[in-house]
Design a protein around this ligand. Structure first.
Ligand code: SUG
Length: 445
């Protein structure tokens, strides 16, 4: 049976804005309070999906979450009509309103950790939504993410949906941003590399000093257990605390893999040589392209500013890969020259595709943040919601939907407007029909 990688990209929601909510994420902090362009953001994301789909890759769309979340504000004590809740929050607690208005569900690499069927003992595809417990604006995504994943990967014969881990910092889980599956062919049993920032239960272990380590060892271990992974093909590695303090808030800001290729920075881990030796050992006799990027070629600062490692590496066919890099990489001479040398050296990457994703990048989200990878075989693929699969028709429907409903500028001060709330709800209501999701949003119930 043939296996494929599906890239599930988050459709960027109509409240995309810059409120500087993510301490430890350099871009989010730097762009705090600037004006965003939700229309342009959504189109930049959608155009990436179209390009990958045009290249023959399997591409899906995951719906955004309802924001502002009136439900979350009610939980925090605001009451009355939806308009009153919004208006009170805008006046009395603008910081809370910013948190419940973030379009952060676009970064679907943080939506869940996914285990394809060849790796799980029960032969099913497992999903664990990430609790994202380190940041309130992200933690409120988990329950809705679970509903969206269930509405997208529907057939219970193939898909197992676990609950998110307990919502406490000891089990902080940031999903696939800290997880990479390596394999020779997608249908082979893969090696799963789980990366965490700290030990959630033992504060005497190494941890960053300045910025939070969002993801814990115990979260990674729990997900590996839930997904029924073979211990000899599962690796747990700790991120280098010093790079977290330099702005590497997720492992996908310092390493990226596809199939049997792993591109990583020499400073990525607490003990990088050990991690690579374990990876090589789990890979056995099979060929692994382990490409180490030295600090003398790319500094940590340049990695964080360019988001080189947040590129997507994709397979164009059995032997050739391309790297989908943010356009910032093309503009930084040292990164451009690194990528030029990468495609001419001995590895399967033959092409660089630069993409303008600036709206998302300004919040610390590059090409790889915007997608969740799900490896499926043909039979499993028949059990997904087909209305979410990217086609030329779906592209043009969504493109017009964005034109119809999205604003081309939004400032933090606009978030309290009831017109915006109505615009968002009208848009999302129409979207649930386009993507055949049923009534998944709180305002629809
Ligand atoms: O969690 N930014 C996101 C970016 C997530 C990137 N994802 C991966 N690396 N996989 C975050 O920090 C910023 C929102 C704001 O500041 O308004 C934000 O949430």
């Amino acid at each position: 049976m043939q296996y494929f990688e599906f890239n599930c990209d988050g459709l960027i929601g109509p409240t995309h804005n810059y409120c500087g909510l993510s301490f430890g994420n350099v871009a989010s902090n730097a762009n705090k309070n600037s004006q965003s362009n939700p229309l342009m953001a959504a189109k930049q994301g959608l155009n990436k999906m179209k390009q990958l789909s045009d290249l023959g890759l399997k591409q899906m769309v995951l719906a955004p979450q309802e924001r502002p979340s009136i439900e979350a504000l009610r939980q925090l004590g605001f009451s009355g009509s939806d308009e009153k809740v919004l208006c009170q929050a805008a006046k009395q607690a603008p910081a809370l309103l910013a948190n419940v208005s973030s379009a952060s569900s676009m970064w679907t690499a943080n939506a869940a950790t996914v285990c394809p069927s060849p790796d799980a003992q029960d032969g099913k595809v497992h999903f664990t939504p990430a609790n994202l417990s380190d940041k309130y604006h992200r933690a409120i995504e988990a329950s809705q993410t679970s509903k969206i994943l269930k509405a997208t990967f529907q057939d219970e014969r193939y898909f197992v949906h676990h609950d998110a881990l307990p919502q406490v910092s000891q089990f902080g889980d940031e999903g696939a941003a800290n997880h990479t599956r390596l394999c020779s062919r997608y249908g082979d049993a893969g090696v799963q590399l789980f990366v965490y920032g700290r030990d959630g239960f033992d504060p005497s272990q190494p941890a960053p000093l300045k910025f939070p380590a969002r993801h814990t060892k115990q979260a990674s271990e729990a997900v590996a257990r839930l997904h029924q992974l073979a211990p000899e093909k599962t690796i747990f590695a700790q991120q280098n605390p010093a790079v977290i303090d330099a702005g590497v808030f997720h492992n996908d800001v310092i390493a990226v893999g596809n199939k049997n290729l792993y591109l990583y920075h020499e400073q990525a881990y607490l003990d990088t040589p050990r991690v690579m030796a374990q990876l090589q050992q789990s890979f056995g006799e099979q060929k692994l392209y382990a490409i180490e990027v030295p600090t003398c070629a790319v500094s940590i600062e340049a990695a964080v500013n360019s988001y080189l490692f947040n590129s997507q590496i994709i397979s164009l066919n059995d032997n050739t890969m391309a790297i989908v890099a943010p356009s910032e990489c093309e503009q930084m001479p040292e990164i451009k020259s690194y990528l030029d040398s990468l495609i001419t050296s001995d590895n399967p990457i033959a092409e660089v595709i630069y993409r303008d994703l600036r709206q998302s990048m300004r919040n610390g989200g590059g090409p790889a943040c915007l997608r969740l990878r799900v490896v499926l075989n043909e039979q499993e693929a028949s059990g997904i919601n087909q209305a979410c699969v990217m086609t030329p028709e779906l592209f043009s429907t969504l493109d017009s939907w964005i034109d119809k409903h999205y604003r081309d500028r939004l400032s933090p001060a606009d978030l309290g407007s009831s017109e915006l709330l109505n615009e968002v709800r009208t848009a999302l209501d129409e979207l649930t029909q386009i993507l055949k999701l049923g009534s998944i949003y709180p305002f629809q119930r």
